[in-house]
Design a protein around this ligand. Structure first.
Ligand code: FAM
Length: 464
């Protein structure tokens, strides 16, 4: 066979494959590698790969930029690198190349459980690899050990009026965690750029670990008696989150495992992910960066839509009653559109098909709550809304997104306080934002600074 010289990019990709394959050997010893140890192995190869990509393809073009894209929220504009997940308009999200059903099949599960553990998903987002059961167990323990929240952050939350939206409280608490940031401290002490990722990793692990206590405190302060049970270091992340919220139903814990997994990441251009990356690019630590993500997630066109869906469904039920006819539902949907409002939970900036995150939740509902009246209403809405949006002729995507379904599942198990729903979306989104922040620091991603133009400048530029 003739010898063919490999391009530098191919050999870098090959070394990346070899580095990934080495996990098996590295893990066969007495103690499996921790996530940080595994990352330390992967980073040098990835740095090399990016160098090669830039050397070989750095001057290649993605095509023209249209003036419409500047005015149109930058839809479709290729502008970011995001490694954890990629969103296809037709097929939906893939986490490191794996679809939601593949993640459900391949990622480690709790004993007796059938939904993936978010611990495994975080490992996958960071390394591209499926961890062992033991590695996932260790991650659960590590997060439990890091879960305590500083007293002054608890006090901040205790002082919030219960009328302050849970997302504003969430953002306040996450931002305040910056007080103990390992990255901010190391930066002040003058660490070298090549070591940025290590303290970013520590902060990211702390961030994810502390979110259940923060979410639990907000939930119990606003809707309960304010008292929080302790975390159990032998239980997984979702189990502890459920306990902190006051739920002990195993099906609810399974729901949280699925919920966190599917809400974790949706490539880089959505408001929460992009905000986290943008703020992180100024070398703001993960707490400051993710606090900013949460403020974006709190908008009704983004994560707040899950609250809006349930409010909308309840209003519909109040108006047309339970077990209403398709005709009555259609009329209600048209009245929403005619009032100049959006149908929450429908449409998407990228997707052009039913969101597979919607489908995964629908399958969960069919398995666990097929007779729930609100689930039946969600299914009925799904059967009428797309045709109406098509007929109305504005929305580019008439199909449901993730938010059309999540609230109904939570409310089935008794988590009926809709204002809290986006907090759970936020807990999940930390996984994707943190994974990218770590890689951005490891790969030396620069400050983001795109070019802006005034309308006058554009007018002059294209004047005949
Ligand atoms: N109901 C009514 N009108 C809609 C619509 C909906 N569900 N979705 C889009 N449109 C309208 C949109 O408001 C726009 O109208 P104007 O021309 O008057 O401005 C027109 O259709 C074209 O919009 P598009 O290009 O199809 O959508 P965008 O990419 O601009 O916006 C969404 C995408 C998600 C903001 C939009 O579909 C929407 O507002 N949906 C309802 C809110 C929602 O469910 N958000 C959650 C999205 C979710 F995936 C997430 O981030 N968690």
């Amino acid at each position: 066979m003739a010898f063919r010289a490999q391009s530098p990019l191919l050999s870098a990709l090959r070394s990346a494959q070899l580095a990934r394959a080495s996990v098996r050997f590295a893990s066969t010893g007495a103690k499996p590698l921790t996530l940080k140890e595994r990352l330390a192995e992967l980073i040098p190869t990835e740095i090399e790969k990016v160098k090669q990509i830039r050397a070989e393809h750095g001057k290649k073009s993605f095509g023209p930029v249209l003036v419409d894209q500047l005015y149109g929220g930058m839809r479709g504009l290729p502008a970011l690198i995001w490694d954890g997940s990629v969103l296809d308009a037709e097929e939906g999200i893939r986490f490191r190349g794996k679809s939601i059903p593949e993640c459900q099949e391949l990622l480690p599960k709790a004993p007796g459980g059938s939904e993936p553990l978010p611990e495994g998903l975080f490992w996958l987002l960071l390394t591209g690899e499926i961890p062992t059961q033991e590695q996932v167990k260790e991650l659960s323990r590590e997060w439990a050990a890091r879960a305590a929240v500083p007293e002054f952050v608890e006090e901040i939350l205790d002082r919030c009026p219960p009328t302050l939206h849970p997302m504003s409280q969430f953002s306040l608490a996450v931002t305040a965690l910056n007080h103990d940031s390992a990255f901010a401290k190391a930066y002040q002490e003058g660490i070298s750029k090549k070591d940025y990722w290590q303290s970013t990793f520590e902060d990211s692990m702390d961030l994810i670990a502390k979110l259940p206590n923060i979410a639990g405190t907000i939930y119990r302060n606003v809707f309960g008696d304010g008292k929080l049970p302790p975390i159990d270091p032998e239980k997984d992340y979702s189990h502890n989150l459920a306990t902190l919220l006051g739920f002990d139903n195993e099906a609810f814990v399974e729901l949280l495992r699925l919920y966190i997994t599917i809400h974790s990441d949706h490539e880089g251009g959505n408001v929460s992910a992009h905000t986290g990356k943008l703020v992180g690019s100024a070398l703001s630590d993960p707490f400051l960066a993710f606090g900013a993500s949460l403020n974006g997630l709190a908008g009704p066109l983004h994560g707040l839509a899950n609250q809006e869906v349930l409010i909308w469904l309840r209003k519909m039920q109040a108006k047309i009653g339970e077990n209403a006819s398709d005709e009555a539902v259609k009329e209600y949907v048209w009245s929403t559109l005619k009032a100049g409002q959006v149908v929450p939970g429908y449409g998407h900036a990228v997707l052009r098909k039913t969101d597979p995150r919607y489908t995964a939740q629908r399958e969960f509902a069919l398995k666990h709550m097929g007779n729930d009246p609100l689930f039946k209403l969600v299914a009925q809405v799904y059967s009428v809304v797309p045709d109406i949006l098509l007929e109305a002729g504005k929305a580019k995507n008439p199909w449901p997104n993730v938010d059309a379904h999540s609230g109904v599942l939570l409310s089935h198990y008794g988590l009926t306080q809709m204002q809290f729903y986006t907090v759970l979306f936020g807990v999940s989104r930390a996984f994707g934002v943190a994974a990218q922040l770590i890689w951005d620091r490891a790969l030396g991603a620069p400050l983001e600074r795109p070019k802006s133009y005034s309308s006058d400048a554009i007018h002059k530029m294209f004047k005949q």
